[in-house]
Ligand binder design. Sequence first.
Ligand SMILES: Cc1cc2nc3c(=O)[nH]c(=O)nc-3n(C[C@H](O)[C@H](O)[C@H](O)COP(=O)(O)O)c2cc1C
Ligand SMILES: Nc1ncnc2c1ncn2[C@@H]1O[C@H](COP(=O)(O)OP(=O)(O)OP(=O)(O)O)[C@@H](O)[C@H]1O
Ligand SMILES: [Mg+2]
Length: 499
Amino acid sequence: MEIDKAIGESDDKRLKTKYNNAIFVIKRALSLYSIEEVAFSFNGGKDSTVLLHLLRAGYFLHKKELSCSNGGLSSFPVRTIYFESPSAFTEINAFTYDAAQTYGIQLDIIRQDFKSGLEALLKANPIRAIFLGVRIGDPTAVGQEQFSPSSPGWPPFMRVNPILDWSYRDVWAFLLTCKVKYCSLYDQGYTSIGSIHDTVPNALLSVNDTSSKEKFKPAYLLSDGRLERAGRVKKNASTKNDVGSDSQKHEVLLASVIAVGDEILSGTVEDQLGLSLCKKLTSVGWSVQQTSVLRNDIDSVSEEVDRQRSICDMVFIYGGVGPLHSDVTLAGVAKAFGVRLAPDEEFEEYLRHLISEHCTGDRNEMAQLPEGITELLHHEKLSVPLIKCRNVIVLAATNTEELEKEWECLTELTKLGGSTSLMELYASRRLMTSLTDVEVAEPLSKLGLEFPDIYLGCYRKSRQGPIIICLKGKDNARIDSAVEALRKKFKEGVFVDMK
Ligand SMILES: Cc1cc2nc3c(=O)[nH]c(=O)nc-3n(C[C@H](O)[C@H](O)[C@H](O)COP(=O)(O)O)c2cc1C
Ligand SMILES: Nc1ncnc2c1ncn2[C@@H]1O[C@H](COP(=O)(O)OP(=O)(O)OP(=O)(O)O)[C@@H](O)[C@H]1O
Ligand SMILES: [Mg+2]
């Protein structure tokens, strides 16, 4: 069997392990269910193409163990379903049909939505288990295991996910090692394929070219698999969980800063990071809504993160990140999102480079990350990537110098990524005046009504000292107009610009 042979002859130990585990899952499923009771959900995508070949190999090996193999596979015996949609790429359709022809697959084409289609399929057939090419990191993988019953509200069947623990790199290592055909879109820079309405080539594979047409490198050259979905256009959402949506472009973005540490609460350590983060966020136009200091306790973290993530655009959390028993921040974040902590092989590799000699046991506990919601933000200046779980950024900094570096990388990354306009620079001006509160109060509130897009803040450093007025917004010209309007309300020279 050519797939089994290709993997057998490969030197890639990691791929061999992934392959053997997936084959084990497939063989278990084929022992648990009869061939009429299983189905394969195939859509021509890279993950389902991997699964197609694993199923071919798994079926062959399963038969061989039962000593009824004739040595080859002329047709594919597993019922294969394809939910065809008018919004699928023609290349995906063409590849799916081609693959069916090449490998002797009898395709069941379903032209209904997933749920209704599956209901009809299960009514008409004795299907009890469906193989899927779902992988950890896919939004739909959250909470799934290799064998996971379908969700409540869905027709009852077992979802079998043999490649759940495969990374993007593993997928390409397999397809290239086995030299199997895959959909042509992957050679044109597409890295994960949805519908024609929500998928474009991955900008990270763009090649600078003098000709007018933008060119892209093939999908297997994407070095950071975490960004495979960067070519998926975000669906419009105006929730606070989706930073960067158009609806928020002209508003002040809201941040929350959370410190985790018993040592801060007991007064043993002075928290410098919170202060520094507030300054940094404010300097780029964010409005910090709240800072909090929490105990090293999973529930305290999860409750606070859950609250803040729903009211703020971005939550920054630090402290409690590491291998100690008190390092509960990531577990708290996972709990806040209702997902488990799961080993993340890419992150583990970074940590292994960093602390290899000090690792104890088989698994590095620090490499457990909230499953399905974590994006690693890589930067060449960072030895370990930053962790972003939806709108929660987990900072590993333990002092202000480390924070400085992480912040610098974060601002660069979020500008580069394009998908999260996290750190768009805002304009601001500060004015100082010796007018009294009573004198400025009314004109200032009128100014607020005239310039609703400008944030107006006031404070004084001492009871008798001058008042400082801050104006913040996205546009320098708007701020200047607001300052002019404010000046016109008073005698000349009562406001002094501060640096
Ligand atoms: C065979 C099959 C079984 C599925 N079973 C479930 C399920 O049990 N629970 C669920 O929430 N979604 C289920 N889905 C839907 C997927 O989780 C997901 O919504 C779907 O792949 C569409 O992804 P998209 O929104 O990115 O296009 C199933 C899809 C397929 C094809
Ligand atoms: N239209 C569909 N018909 C049949 N199965 C589907 C369909 N869409 C998704 N699936 C199943 O869900 C799995 C996960 O889909 P997903 O889009 O994440 O992966 P993929 O399409 O195989 O690869 P890619 O991530 O490159 O798009 C697929 O491997 C397949 O098993
Ligand atoms: Mg797909």
